[in-house]
Design a protein around this ligand. Structure first.
Ligand SMILES: Cc1cc2nc3c(=O)[nH]c(=O)nc-3n(C[C@H](O)[C@H](O)[C@H](O)COP(=O)(O)O)c2cc1C
Length: 210
């Protein structure tokens, strides 16, 4: 498949057939992820391929419990409570995927941190730059992963919603610091049509300085 074709074909898929994912496909998809650029080539990513149904069930329950807990916060008004509860479906469909990639990220101490400190940069500036280089790097890896998956005919979805239960998920998956959860990516043979794609017009997001 041509690159642009895979880019156009990649869509968020949230319903999957039960078919297992062959190991060689998992390796190739993760190889694509690891070919992404990363700040200082630190490759501050790690992937756990979870296909164990009992583990996925536990993860899903942890997300539901956390959403229930957050939705009962007295600080929430009724509108927010409904919105939080509404996150459930958006955050738990991964449980039914034949495979879920858990994407981990670890902190990267960048040159920008050092320079900001030398210049007496405000904490605000340091905080602005510091976490973003590793996030940018791992995000590039996730996109490569999604494109490689689309290229192979799989559907997948980048998920941040389940991170509401990040601590519980870390415990279930026995993930130790400094690794943190960055995303879940359920993957499988699509069992749905993607929703129509809505993108901003190119003129809205592109400008020239010539
Ligand atoms: C950082 C990030 C987090 C996301 N989290 C979720 C999520 O938790 N649940 C979900 O259903 N989709 C999630 N998505 C998918 C977006 O909803 C989706 O990419 C967007 O609607 C555009 O649709 P498309 O991917 O089909 O082009 C996430 C996407 C990104 C990039």
């Amino acid at each position: 498949m041509e690159l642009m074709e895979a880019i156009r074909k990649r869509r968020s898929i949230r319903k999957f057939k039960e078919d297992k994912i062959p190991k060689e496909d998992i390796y190739e998809i993760i190889e694509a992820a690891t070919l992404a650029p990363s700040a200082h080539n630190r490759q501050m990513w790690h992937f756990i391929a979870v296909s164990n149904e009992a583990i996925l069930k536990k993860m899903g329950e942890a997300v539901v419990n956390e959403i229930e807990e957050v939705s009962s916060w007295p600080e929430l008004d009724e509108g927010m409570r409904i919105k939080v509860r509404g996150m459930k479906a958006y955050s738990t469909f991964f449980v039914k995927a034949p495979l879920v990639f858990v994407v981990l990220i670890k902190p990267y101490h960048s040159m920008v941190d050092e320079l900001s400190k030398l210049k007496g940069g405000s904490k605000g500036e340091i905080e602005f730059w510091h976490p973003r280089l590793e996030i940018q790097s791992v995000a590039a890896a996730v996109e490569n992963l999604l494109l490689a998956a689309a290229d192979k005919g799989y559907g997948a979805c980048w998920m941040g919603g389940p991170l509401i239960a990040a601590s519980a998920l870390k415990e279930i998956l026995k993930i130790e610091d400094p690794w943190q959860l960055m995303a879940l990516v359920p993957l499988g043979i699509p069992d749905q049509e993607a929703r129509p794609k809505v993108t901003k017009k190119i003129e809205e997001v592109l400008e020239f300085r010539e």
